[in-house]
Design a protein around this ligand. Sequence first.
Ligand code: HEM
Length: 480
Amino acid sequence: MTTMPADATPIDYADVQGTILRGYRVDFARHFVLSITDPVAAGTLLTDLVNGSNGLPKITSAQRTGVRPACFLNVSFTCTGLAAMGVSAADLATFDGSFQLGASNAGVARNVGDVGSSAPGHWIGGLGDGAQVHMLVSLWVRDSTEVLESVSAQLRSAFNGAATILLEQDANALPDNKVHFGYRDSISQPTVLGAPPTKHAPDDQPVVATGEFLLGYTNEIGGSYRVSPPQLSLNGSYAAFRILEQDVAAYDALVQSFADKAGVDTEMAAAKICGRWRNGNPLTLSPTQQDPLLPRDQLNNFTYIAPPAETDDTLGLVCPIGSHIRRNNPRNEAVVGGGTSANHRIIRRAMPYGPPYDPDKPDSATRGLVGYFINASIQNQFEFLTSQWSMTYTFVKSATAPGGTPAGNALFNISGEDVFLGVNDPSSSAFTFPGAGANGSGNTTVTGFGRTITTRGGVYCFFPSISGLTYLAGLPAATG
Ligand code: HEM
């Protein structure tokens, strides 16, 4: 049972947009990316969405009601979108630096690996031209395509005259919460201090300060992220919206080649790349074989540094230091720059899109993962994870296994970039299967593989609080 420190500031759930603190557990989503054409009309649209008036669904807050609604809706803005609504340049200068630049900025894109075929110039829906991307309206629907279509029709007609639709990006859940590479997802999420309780019992990982996910609250280093004006400075959050296309056939071939080169079976190779077996069991708890799926309340209860020596995995011999989950949340592993993983957690609200891939009937359909990676600091969380932990291997602190030097040093046991999120140019890509032996002598490192996940779009967004949305709705008329 998670306990809340006595000094935790209570969160006004009714003022927080729901997706920040609640996983909706739905089968369908549709993300509308909008360019505002008439700010006053956009203000009216926003008021209708906040109130649920004129036949539109009401923006979902973090406050649960007794009955689960058939659909959920949240709204976010880009920096140019806030400017279009009338937020002043002086106020915008107080926002997250990367948010101000936007996801399609060349320097921002380079920093997170959106280069080559992933560069903004190749993005769909005009997302590569950040100046025209203003607003995202995301609709999540529990299980009915009829509800999805009827609410979409209402929204499209309400957008008319206020904004043009640049892109409608759908998402649809796959069975067992799987993603297109066949792994179960949506297991590890940070437990946020003061957030509403979730369906499942919390894991045994440290509770993360509210201010890592909501503006205006204390964060992990004792400060808080704030912006001007004050109406936007409490209960809001940022997110990186990502459309990540997955090439399943290429990934299956990559896994097979890793297995051949490392002399392990394909499922073990797949588990080493991710850090979890495809059924969701973590390697740390199921080191040698997939095992039947562990109970949900055990699936995320593990750390990498766990003396005594028999349970410790400092060297990544069980779960590679370069695996996707260990890079993106090194838990209690020592990382360069000090601090703990809790300073760099992220809430993932992404779902698959596109049809399941059938290897017996190869097709050319596009498929991948789309959604929000939510945090109170894009720079310190989403971009840090990507640019530091996923795209470099020098973040691991020098360490020897408990008991001394013979087993070697963690620094030898990681190379290259995250197989999922790295740029992975075949001329320099590398993934290390750590093996016992002094200073990496037992390792197998595979090289020469390419990228199997391509960025098809990115937007840096700001989710205002519900009261912040009402403030924004009134701005165009007021600033006229
Ligand atoms: C198509 C792209 C991606 C795929 C296929 C993918 C796949 C996965 C899978 C299968 C898991 C394990 C399930 C779980 O622990 O809940 C996972 C965990 C995770 N992923 Fe990704 N992911 C993708 C993109 C990203 C991105 C863009 C980020 C952030 C920049 C990210 C950060 C994380 C984090 C933080 C975890 C949890 C690690 C932990 O707490 O142990 N992933 N991902």
